[in-house]
Ligand binder design. Structure first.
Ligand code: AVJ
Length: 340
């Protein structure tokens, strides 16, 4: 079957909506202190490519650690989950997904009377979904892909519409420690929304970065070649472009550190001088003092205890805990709690 016939895309809650949401988010974030901009706005086309480059940095161990875990555990994870469908939340370029898809396709090839393998990448950027699907369809000739362009942080229901329980057993995956962007309230809230879509036989696969020594964490977010700094500053370009702003991203410095008490990396932009940021479409003028901060991202680091707590608060129960050598990173498999 031709690749085009094996691909479809559904857009949900984007379009003109995006700008309205961005105006609301950016206004809320910049008019209160500490000032902040939500990390989901990093990922325009340029930002997605910069993040891709981060994944290749020698200092950024996360991607390699997770890829190694998936390379050795994808097969048993998929086999034990009995999945016919992989739904990936925040799929991006889906670089880490191939071992799961290989396992999914292999499994379904060996089983009579099961639905053909289906992959549902759920991402904020439709072009990124298309680009990754083109590659994956070539690599996996029996796979079908139904992309979903939308904002999972606002609405998880589209996943249940595109891949309802009737399509087969589902494995929901949330990889790359993206959950680290969500705080102690937001993370369980998202998990609860996913748990509500799950049947008792569906499974949830979560990739988590773990607490480790400060030096490794610091280096991962302060790389020598400055890619992370460029990624951080890019959020200002995105916001300025979409909200009619004039901003000089180079007038902001990159600042990232690990907070041991909160067990999280924080990434900030620091205004290097007194300046005013004007965003016409948001009718917003923000005055910055020299040295003033904007929080652009939290990246939480987990222990087994905090991971289990988050899952339980999210209406799920841990069934498997797999860690990389040196405990750098973890994969959790979970099921819905009996009463989520
Ligand atoms: C994609 C959210 C997992 O927090 O490590 C990388 C994003 N920020 N370098 C992370 C990021 C700075 C990344 N996540």
């Amino acid at each position: 079957v031709q690749a085009e016939l094996r691909f479809q895309l559904t857009r949900s809650g984007l379009g003109p909506d995006r700008k309205t949401t961005m105006v609301r988010d950016v206004r809320a974030g910049l008019s209160t202190r500490p000032r902040s901009i939500p990390p989901k706005y990093f990922y325009d086309d340029v930002g997605s490519r910069l993040f891709d480059a981060i994944c290749d940095l020698p200092e950024y161990y996360l991607t390699r650690a997770e890829a190694a875990l998936l390379a050795s555990h994808a097969e048993p994870i998929v086999a034990q989950s009995g999945a016919d469908v992989l739904i990936e939340i925040g799929s991006g370029m889906a670089r880490k997904t191939s071992p799961l898809l290989t396992a999914l396709c292999r499994r379904s090839a060996g089983l009579a009377r099961r639905p053909p393998p289906l992959y549902v990448p759920f991402d904020i950027d439709a072009d990124t979904i298309r680009r990754s699907a083109t590659i994956l369809l070539k690599a996996h000739p029996t796979l079908r892909v139904h992309g979903l362009a939308g904002d999972f942080s606002r609405d998880c229901k589209p996943m249940g519409l595109v891949a309802p329980p009737s399509v087969g057993t589902r494995l929901f995956a949330f990889l790359g420690s993206t959950i680290g962007n969500l705080d102690e309230d937001e993370a369980p809230a998202l998990l609860r929304a996913i748990a509500h879509l799950m049947t008792p036989s569906d499974r949830f696969l979560l990739g988590l970065d773990l607490v480790k020594d400060v030096r490794h964490l610091h280096a991962a977010y302060n790389d020598a070649s400055g890619v992370t700094a460029a990624f951080n500053r890019n959020v200002l370009r995105v916001v300025a472009r979409e909200l009619g702003g004039d901003v000089d991203p180079d007038a902001f410095g990159h600042y990232a550190f690990y907070d041991e008490r909160l067990q999280r990396v924080e990434m900030h932009l620091v205004s290097e001088r007194r300046q005013t940021l004007t965003l016409t479409a948001a009718d917003l003028h923000v005055d910055f003092d020299a040295g003033e901060h904007v929080l652009t991202e939290i990246s939480r680091k987990f222990t087994r205890e905090s991971a289990e707590r988050t899952l339980v608060e999210g209406g799920m129960a841990l069934t498997d805990w797999l860690t990389a050598p040196h405990g750098a990173f973890a994969l959790c498999v979970a099921r819905r709690a009996s009463d989520p």
